[in-house]
Design a protein around this ligand. Structure first.
Ligand code: MOS
Length: 780
């Protein structure tokens, strides 16, 4: 089981165990001696102040090297060809023209690729992050329309692209399933998420629904979505003897190094993967076929390789979000309290991967209901493996749930915010655990005040300015707090003249969201040093431990590791300080870092600077490495980030044109560590939610399983003109049970947005759109 599994399974497992109350509440293990961390209880120093991204200037100047900007001597460039059938075999390849084309160094297909093991698929083993359980270039089989089937290496990218276009393939097609109806006819199965069934049954939900005096029962649909980070996937790869070096764009650096190394049988520790800068990830900057193909081609050619996917290449080979069909049925009393909450439906997967869209996850924790039934089923289709995409599950699940809530509010003639507050649960509705920190009602009240919700006329379709119909809507978002085990931090304190500098290294990833800056803030805070004296190392598999930028858990995982390493550092410094120090005789629990040194907690006058300790010990530096504690907080609490979203839309009554004119996100995500990067995170998520609401849709050709709009010209995402001013506020109430008091903020931003927009569209027009995206044809 991978480290990811362990934590996610722990979290998911908890959600299953509604009946078993787990264990008595215990102090969280990362708090030494069970004493709450003083930094959590109050704002302190840098935490909570807006710090600009430390890598911002480098990026603006073009001085931050991305994966496709590294160079090796003798490097050649790779181009891929993609299969054009959904299932079958390659029966013949004509490579003559390609091989003879100018600049060509190698044409690699399954006929000449080196032997490689099948990458271990995500969730199948320690650090396994393979995209699907499929061999790569090892046989003639085609598993999806778009599968890479040839790689050409040439002296320039243009030569490689040209030669790849000259290859001719013949296929022996085999029956495939490329229609949703066909997939359903083949039968569905219980969806599993990290080894746990996506299913919960509490009480008799169908019977309670039937008996409820007021009810809604609707089907909602969300389409396939593709990933479109600004940086297409790329890797620059070199072999040095039996060692493999990869400059990649990765949000799971250590895990990818290990999975790729295993594919090639590289000895442990001999695969080095770096990823200092990533132009957006959102779940897709992991291991796909291209890194393995690139490494294989480099091996075969004996030359370093740069493999940079075109935008089309990203669509063909990098999975996204699969479609969903969701039923939400709610039965309520006249006072609005829920008797029954049913959220069931279907998602699709390939025969070779294990990532259904887990759209019921958010429904598990959002509302109290006397009877609950949740279930995700999956059907199989021959297509590209789908994967994580920003708030997998919650992003589309909250669309269905939160539109249904709005529909019920209209039935009941209760304000939709009031309806939500009336169904606010006292404890986790599914597993019965207490919430660690849930201030969603505060978020609603603050948001309503800021947005100007009071006095809203709930009648749909009555506000008009000229041709424009105007409406407002709202929705709740949630995303779970996770913290994966396996994180380590290495802290080095070094004397630099009269100054002491700290280097804090974590095997974590920075996708552009501000992780390196936030890590510097947290480290500066813990060490009692100015941020200018902190250097953060990350994005390199040579750093011990393994932390991934996924599940909105990285900041907590880094924080726990930094806290553990800092505690170890304090102990080490006290040993070095010895008997001549003013700190002599104190135990680590009695001292804290403060203003460039250690001080006794209750007598700060008793202190010694780091420089003085190191100098007297005749040391230039001291280094400690320590793992963060196990995420036991997940065993004791139901932990989530929350949001209340508000939206105003204007819909043209003549043309159906839809403009989102105002958006407000009111968040409850524990302590916000860096308001500047957090605001960008929230806004970015909301903009992605806006795209999901209005335009994003992968057009999948059901005749042959091919994606028809593999470019940003035809797959629409919001541009500046589509995005209004987005207002962001937060409760900033720290969670006493997490490192730094923080919850994750990477994925909460997108959740609920599509529902808020759809609800505003209904309020403006009286038209209830239940299938995304809300294009203008649905409004005419
Ligand atoms: Mo996220 S979808 O865990 O990058």
């Amino acid at each position: 089981m991978s480290i990811v599994d362990t934590a996610k399974q722990a979290a998911q497992g908890l959600m299953q165990g509604a009946m078993e109350k787990l264990v008595p509440l215990a102090p969280d293990s990362w708090i030494p001696g069970g004493v709450p961390d003083p930094l959590i209880a109050r704002k302190h120093g840098l935490i909570g102040t807006p710090v600009s991204r430390l890598d911002g200037a480098l990026k603006v100047k073009g001085a931050a090297p991305f994966a496709a900007e590294f160079r090796f001597d003798g490097m050649v460039f790779a181009a891929l060809r993609y299969a054009t059938i959904a299932r079958g075999r390659i029966s013949a390849i004509d490579g003559g023209a390609a091989e003879a084309a100018p600049g060509v160094v190698l044409v690699m297909t399954h006929l000449n690729a080196p032997p490689m093991k099948t990458p271990a698929v995500f969730g199948s083993g320690p650090n396994a992050v393979g995209p699907a359980d499929l061999p790569i270039f090892q046989d003639d089989r085609i598993h999806w329309n778009g599968q890479p089937i040839a790689c050409v290496l040439a002296q320039t990218q243009e030569q490689a692209d040209h030669a790849a276009a000259l290859l001719r393939f013949s296929y022996a097609e085999e029956p495939s399933t490329t229609t949703l109806a066909g997939a359903k006819a083949n039968g569905t199965e219980q969806g599993m998420f990290f080894g746990q069934p996506l299913r919960n049954d509490i009480g008799e939900a169908e019977a309670a629904l039937a008996a409820a005096p007021v009810k809604v029962d609707r089907t909602y649909r969300t389409p396939r979505h593709n990933h479109n980070p600004i940086e297409p996937h790329a890797a620059t790869i070199a072999w040095a003897g039996d060692e493999l070096l990869i400059h990649d764009a990765s949000q799971m650096v250590t895990q990818q190094a290990q999975t790729i190394g295993d594919v090639f049988g590289v000895a442990e520790g001999k695969t080095r993967l770096t990823s200092p800068y990533v132009g957006g990830g959102f779940g897709c900057k992991g291991l796909w076929d291209h890194q393995i193909i690139g490494a294989a081609a480099a091996k075969l050619a004996g030359r370093p390789v740069r493999i940079a996917l075109s935008r089309e290449g990203v669509y063909r080979t990098v999975g996204g979000r699969s479609l969903t069909e969701q039923r939400v049925a709610i039965g309520a009393q006249r006072d609005g309290t829920f008797d029954a909450l049913i959220h069931t439906g279907l998602s699709v997967m390939t025969p070779h991967n294990n990532m259904p869209e887990p759209f019921i996850l958010g429904t598990r924790c959002t509302y109290a209901a006397r009877h609950i039934a949740l279930k995700v089923e999956v059907a199989r289709m021959n297509m590209l493996a789908n994967t994580f995409m920003r708030a997998p599950g919650e992003a589309v699940g909250t669309f269905a749930l939160e539109v249904a809530i709005d529909e019920l509010a209209a039935e009941l003639a209760i304000d939709p915010i009031e309806l939500r507050i009336r169904n606010e649960p006292e404890q986790d509705p599914v597993n019965g655990l207490p919430f660690s920190s849930r201030h969603i009602v505060t978020a609603w009240r603050q948001g309503a005040e800021r947005f100007g919700w009071a006095g809203r006329d709930a009648t749909p379709g009555v506000r008009r300015e000229g041709e424009w119909l105007i409406g407002t809507g709202c929705a709740t978002g949630t995303y779970p707090y996770y913290r994966m085990p396996g994180g380590e931090a290495r802290i080095t304190l070094a004397r630099d003249g009269a100054t002491v500098r700290a280097t804090v290294e974590v095997a974590a990833a920075e996708m552009g969201m501000g992780t390196s800056t936030t890590t510097a803030i947290v480290a500066a805070e813990r060490l009692g040093l100015p941020i200018a004296q902190i250097e953060v190392g990350y994005g390199d598999s040579a750093i011990p431990g393994a932390i991934m930028a996924g599940g909105s858990q990285q900041t907590a995982a880094i924080g726990a590791a930094v806290i553990a390493a800092h505690n170890a550092l304090v102990a080490e410094l006290l040993t070095l300080a010895g008997n001549d120090s003013p700190l002599a005789g104190l135990s680590p629990d009695e001292v804290a870092s403060d203003d460039g040194g250690l001080a006794k907690r209750d007598d700060p006058a008793r202190r010694e600077s780091y420089g003085s300790i190191l100098a007297r010990a005749q040391r230039d530096s001291v280094t400690v490495t320590k793992a963060g504690s196990m995420p036991l907080e997940l065993m004791h609490w139901s932990m989530h980030s929350h949001s209340a979203l508000f939206c105003e839309v204007r819909v043209n009554a003549v043309t159906g044109e839809l403009r989102v004119s105002r958006l407000l996100g009111s968040f409850d995500c524990g302590r916000i560590l860096n308001p500047k990067t957090a605001t960008s995170q929230f806004r970015g998520g909301i903009i992605m939610g806006l795209g999901m609401a209005l335009m994003e849709e992968t057009q999948f050709d059901e005749r042959n399983g091919r994606i028809m709009n593999p470019s940003l010209a035809e797959y629409h995402i919001p541009v500046h003109m589509d995005v209004p001013e987005i207002d962001v506020i937060w409760t900033d109430i720290p969670d006493p049970h997490t490192p730094m008091g923080a919850h994750g903020i990477g994925e909460i931003g997108i959740t609920g947005v599509a529902a808020a927009v759809a609800n505003a569209v209904w309020h403006a027009t009286g038209k209830r759109v239940r299938d995304l995206p809300i294009t203008l044809d649905k409004l005419l």
